[in-house]
Each structure stands twice: as C-alpha cells, then as structure tokens.
Design a protein around this ligand. Sequence first.
Ligand code: ZN
Length: 359
Amino acid sequence: MEKKPDLLEVLRAYGVEVTSAGDRRVNAICPFHDESRPSFSVDPEQGLWFCFHDYIGGDAIDFVGSMEFGLGSWDSRNKGMFKQVLSILKEKNFSQRKIEPVKKEEKKKELSQNVLFLLGHVTEIYHQNLLKDKEALGYLQERGLTEEFIRTRKIGFANGNLSVMLSLLPEEVYRNLAVDAGLIYVNEDGRRWEFMKGRIAFPDLDRNGRVLGIIGRRLKHYQNPKYLTLKGLPKVIWGLHRFSRWQPTIIHESIMDACTAQLMGVPSVSPCGTGIAWHLVDELEKRQYLGFLSQDDDPSKRAVKRWKEKLPQGRVIIGSYDGHKDLSEMATEVGWDAARKRLFALLEKAGFEYEYGEK
Ligand SMILES: [Zn+2]
C-alpha cells in the first residue's frame, strides 16, 4: 500500500481552510485564485486536489510544487523542482497517510447500456468540438496526427459546452449519469463544472465502435495532471480493445507515443501514465505478446520495469531517440521516417516482427 503526506495537513500548512469532513470530498477557497465561492475540490481519501478555475490538480507533491513554483510553472518531471519539494515535505514532517488502492469490486462494474450511450454521445460532442477548434486541432496535427486518424479514433476536445449539450437531451437520466461518471461536477451551490474542460479527449473505442471510457489529456503544458480519468468509471488502457489478444501489442506510457506508433503500423496502447490498474493487469495477463517501450527518461524506464514485474510475459524495451525524450517528439523534430526506423529497430531487437510501414 502506498503512503503519501496527508493532504489535509499539507493544505492547512499553506493556509487553505478545509473543513474537516472525514473522508468525504470537500471544497475550499482556492489558494491559487482570488475567489469568494469555493471552487477548490479535495479528495482526502485519495489524497487528490483539483482547481476548477484552471482545471489543474494533483497530489500533495503537486500542491507544494504549485505553491512554491507557481501553478503554471510546476513540473513534476523537472528533477530540480521535484527534489526541492521532497525536501520541503521532509522538513515539515507531515504525517503519512495510507492511500487505499482501488477496491476489488471495481472489476465487476459493468458499463450499463445507458452509460455506453452517454459515453458515445459525449465522444461525438467532443469530436465535433475538436473539428471546429483551430488550436486543439492544430496541436494534434503538429504532432503528426492525420485527419483520418483523428476521425477514426474520434479524438475530441472538451471546450466547456458539455453541460449545455447534455441539457438538450430529453432524458434526465443521462445528465445524472454524467455526474455519476465524473464528466460533470456539481458544487454545493449547484454550479456545474465540466471535469475535462480545456483538454483533448481520447475515447477508448473497442472494435465495435463502443466507447468504454474517455481520457482527458492536457493541451497546454501547465495543465496538471497530464491525464485525467473519469472517477466514476473503471479505468481503461487507451486502445487496448482495438486489437485482438493475439496481436503483439506495445504499451507506451504516453498516449501521443501510442498514437504515433499506431500511425506507423504498430498495435499500440497507453495506460496514460505509469500506473496500470489491477483489473487491467488481469486483462493483460491474457495477452501473450506484450512489449513495454519506455521513453528516454528515468521515471519511464522505472515504470516499464514495474510493468514487467506485474506481467512477466511482457518484454521490456528501453527506448532511445537520439536525444529526444520520446518517439512522438523524435517524429516531430527529426522527421517521421527516422523515428519509424528507430521504432522498428527497437522492436526488432526485442523480438517483435511487424510488417514495416504497414498501416
Ligand atoms: Zn483555483
């Protein structure tokens, strides 16, 4: 079980007034914004906070980092910043709190027909938003995603219109489900917030076109955490149900790497981050041909080794990209062909054979 500094204690040390409410989610006046009505949401049990002004959140480490360096400047991957925050936490000697792992019953949670409809509908709203949003669409195209890819994967953008769009549905049931799923948050005073607002929405589509979950990836570098998942739904590995269990499949920490590799013809998926939920480990155990391809940085290299401990049949592939941090960056910066050659060389060395350049 993981231990982390007690978030409520950390918040109070920084002058945030949180009413102690046991383990329930609580609201507070946001320390990063000048406001009179609380929009800062805290989940003490999971040790997570979220600011609904900037749609930024994280754990105790992210909080201290954002207070010390500024909400827009804090970067947990910056070694200097990270070390400094750890030493502050150590110095202040906050009590540690166990973070409960997600409960076993989660696995049994099946997506009802209504939830599947809702996710499909929201995906379509987000997808239409993206096609109209020059900035978000431009960002993805700059990263090398083709229009065909964006359309077939139904990639979208949460522009803040979800509440209004859902209010056009005649049935109340979907608006309530959107709250249960975590797509919409309702404050004590009835205000509604769209959880993914300002982010790229990556729906996890299975081979029948059903949407099993939606992942919100940041569009701008200061949006922390990098990925948001819907709290009311089981976690997903993006892309996993697109491929049969017999297809040799590569797992990437980053969703942009998984997209890049898919475009290069390699069945690729991403848990969006370094953690793989336990019910997904169960599912991955059924797959014989798995590769874990890292980015070229230490946290990512450590992550693929942890994946290997959970899933011994998988093969660890330590990525190197000529000084670029990952596959997607290499593709954008030095060109698609060189990056593709590198990808196939790395995979071949690990014993994976794909038809080179096949889509
Ligand atoms: Zn705020």
